[in-house]
Design a protein around this ligand. Sequence first.
Ligand code: OXD
Ligand code: MN
Length: 595
Amino acid sequence: MDKFPTHNKKLADWVKRMYRLCQPDDIVWIDGSEDQKKKLQDECLAQGELILLNQQKLPGCFLHRTSPDDVARTEHLTYICTRKKRDAGPTNNWMSPQAAYRKARSFFKGAMKGRTMYVIPFSMGPVGSPFSKIGVELTDSKYVVLNMLIMTRAGAAVLDQLEKGVDFTRCLHSKAELDINKRLILHFPEDNTIWSVGSGYGGNVLLGKKCLSLRIASSMGRKENWLAEHMLIMGIEEPNGHIEYIAAAFPSACGKTNLAMLPPPEGLKRKGYRIWTVGDDIAWMRIDSDGSLWAVNPETGFFGVAPGTNSHSNPNMVETIKKNTIYTNVLLKPDGTVWWEGADGDVPASGIDWMGRPWKPGMRDAQGKPVFGAHPNSRFTTPITQCPSATFRLEQHHGVPISAIVFGGRRQHLAPLVYETFNWQHGVFVGATMASERTAAQVGALGEVRRDPMAMLPFCGYNMADYFGHWLDMGKRMNKAPKIFHVNWFKTEASGKFLWPGYRENLRVLEWIIDRCNNKVGARQTPIGYVPYPGDIDMTGLGLPERTMEKLLEIDREEWLEELKSIKRFFKRFKKDLPVALEQEYSALTGRLRS
Ligand code: OXD
Ligand code: MN
């Protein structure tokens, strides 16, 4: 068989060069067929890379275990490699392309000996859509191939596009020795190239996801006047059948995946509300000929966190992951099904933990810490089409029109439940200063505020000051820009108890947001933005005391003046590159708070 079956010379030449560098025994081009997928699954089962789960209870489902020191994205080993350091900006790790290629080449050299190199042609976004970008990932991991087949449109249809000579992102991955000391996740936006070596963990190796769809795409978006964002996209169908779409950015661990598919609470459902899930992690947004912003989810799957997923937090996901799902680092039960902390039902009496060791509830390690059955960052990879709330517009080449952009953080105090910004420029300021407080789940001082602009801190592929500038420019290009809001589901009372019940009740807040977009409700003007009149958020059946709603919507000027000091420190990192418009917003907010 032809080892390089393509007429696209650029593609053939590149694959040949990488083949020579990595020296695999064999090369296989992924065509996306069921037969080929089945063969790969069988090989994985034979080699222990996958474990077959109970096929009566979980048809088409498998379990994979990563190596114990390879369980999450390794941000300290993730680099933006631009000729000028300034172009990576103060929030990214930087290496010069020359140094990065040199170092990584030594890790890739001969790394695929004894293995097969798989060539995965994939499209982020519907094949042939003006939104879409093509990538080709070379990998020595069958697990990566099987995950990419869920997360992206991969195979023959994309190779056909490549035959037409279209450009593509060159993605090279090798597990190599899975050695954390020889692990690098490198992005070369100037060469449209990604090199990842030494890891087998999803976020580091499914190169279509964070690496291409956020880091490389954000940089492309700046050059081509569009936005690649770390946002969910969902449709909210109103009782009259009209669907309004929103895009929302939250830092990790703030419930983005849950929100993207939560059914409305009983009262709203009775009124006739319904939700449609477009995506849970990434939004690519372009200005269409109507002057408004349209979005696609470039992915076709969810790579979701398992712990905490249950029928209360996310009933639609519980349905979605019952078949054709790859589970990673969860607990294996004796009946061949899986479990994780915070799953439905009883805690199993025994099982095999995420590291493959016998496990029982209540186990403690040598330091007396509880031993988890599933790793806290254990995952499932599952097709969007299986989600009961999946939109019928997944394949639409123009995507969906965005009425509102929602930013959110985890703040015990300060930010009210929801507010609307005054205009696009003010909205960009609010996105740029987004923050979350550390929870017990993270290392570091509890309650410490971490700025995570637009939830893009680990994912912006260029200088974040330029990124703010790009957002400001995009606003000037639209004649019907979405309204921008900020939400905070995590405000607490003095006792530490959450004031807002969260989960599906969050839809009540989204109803207000949609009503604001349609000019159906008024709002109270405050120094930070427009805040709801308490009666305008539908509270039917919630039984929240009136005082609680007042607390949720309170603006404490003193707290906000303190916040300004922290924003100032953050802005200082960007030195003279910070757009003047953000400084103006800073001064305007200071003035409003003092007046
Ligand atoms: C993710 C993340 O995995 O944001 O989606 O870390
Ligand atoms: Mn994410």
